[in-house]
Design a binder for this molecule. Structure first.
Ligand code: 5GP
Length: 328
């Protein structure tokens, strides 16, 4: 009884292992999946168990997966519930200020997100590209380099700052130079996607700054603290989120002391630094991984740039999965 192909697609926001699921009516009939997998939901007739296939899987048979409703009700399950913990963060592009973007939705249920295929049409504004990075990823550098190579196609959103303009700088080029009062007012009115303090001056990127890049039909690249993702994930921006993390050597205990960690890219790095970098990547992955479209492992600057460049090119040509709410 082959009915019409189902058009319902869900991005899984949690890992599912039927063999570990005590609730399943039949472990063998379960469909295992990982967070980020796209599932084609073949049947939603049962309230508790959907039938689904994994997109890209050669296996043609559908398996049982917990329904959204059921998964939400399993609130005791640690994978179903978003764990809330704060990132310990010392770093905003080397600054010591905390980014002031709050993430209030700490108890959001991570089950499924309905998605659809989307390809940017030639007359549509380019998607926003959002870079987030764990400690040591140096995403600002990466962003600047890729833009400098191709300034006609890519651009940064010009940030606001309260620091005085230097003589070589031009208003609206490096920054929008504003007073503390104006900055505070904008912050109050949620004009910024993120902002922070650095050496007693305020810096922030406004939503308008992104729009004005897109109005020129350029692809806007921003690098933000992951807390800002929530505000950016809108139909207007259709952000493509890239999580950059440095390739790190395994824990030193399992390696010879003579090897140079990070391939020399990071200079002298202690085992504690490495441990902190691993932790940072882990925390971002756990807390924000479900909002990430692509993980870029950064070996060194040159190869990471090349990879970023090729991702950006594909973004304009190929089809990607986006939340259905972004496409009408
Ligand atoms: P400078 O004053 O030397 O131009 O920038 C100093 C620092 O300000 C940068 O290294 C970075 O840490 C911070 N900064 C620049 N733009 C932004 C921004 O848009 N948001 C935040 N939070 N910090 C920024």
């Amino acid at each position: 009884d082959k009915l019409k192909e189902s058009k319902v697609f869900m991005r899984a926001l949690f890992d599912y292992t039927p063999l570990e699921d005590k609730a399943t009516p039949c472990q063998e009939a379960g469909l295992p999946f990982k967070r980020g997998d796209i599932l084609q939901v073949v049947s939603q007739h049962d309230q508790t168990w959907w039938q689904a296939k994994r997109v890209g899987d050669c296996n043609l048979r559908a398996g049982l997966v917990p329904s959204k409703q059921f998964q939400e009700s399993k609130s005791s399950s640690p994978s179903g519930l978003r764990r809330s913990f704060r990132l310990s963060r010392k770093d905003r592009r080397g600054s010591s200020g905390e980014a002031n973007v709050s993430d209030q939705n700490d108890t959001e249920f991570l089950t499924y997100e309905e998605v659809t295929r989307y390809q940017q049409k030639p007359n549509e504004r380019p998607r926003l590209v959002v870079l987030i990075g764990s400690l040591g990823a140096r995403i600002n550098e990466l962003k600047q380099k890729v833009i400098a190579e191709n300034p006609h196609r890519y651009a940064v959103a010009v940030p606001h700052t309260t620091r005085p303009k230097k003589s070589h700088e031009k208003e609206g080029v490096e920054y929008h130079f504003v007073t503390k009062q104006a900055f505070d007012a904008d912050a109050q009115n949620n004009k910024f996607i993120e902002y922070g303090e650095y050496k007693e001056n305020l810096y922030g990127t406004s939503i308008e700054a992104i729009r004005s890049v897109q109005a020129k039909n350029k692809m806007c690249l921003v690098d933000v603290q992951p807390e800002a993702l929530k505000a950016l994930r809108t139909a207007e921006f259709k952000p493509y989120v890239i999580f950059v993390k440095p390739r790190l050597p395994e824990s030193r205990r399992r390696r010879s002391a003579a090897t140079s960690p990070g391939g020399g890219e990071h200079g002298r790095i202690t085992e504690e630094d490495l441990q902190e970098m691993r932790l940072s990547a882990q925390q971002i992955d756990q807390q924000y991984g479900h909002q990430v479209d692509r993980v870029l492992i950064k070996e060194d600057n040159a190869s990471a740039c090349a990879e970023l460049r090729s991702i950006l090119e594909r973004l304009e040509r190929e089809t990607f999965w986006v939340p259905v709410s972004w496409v009408k």
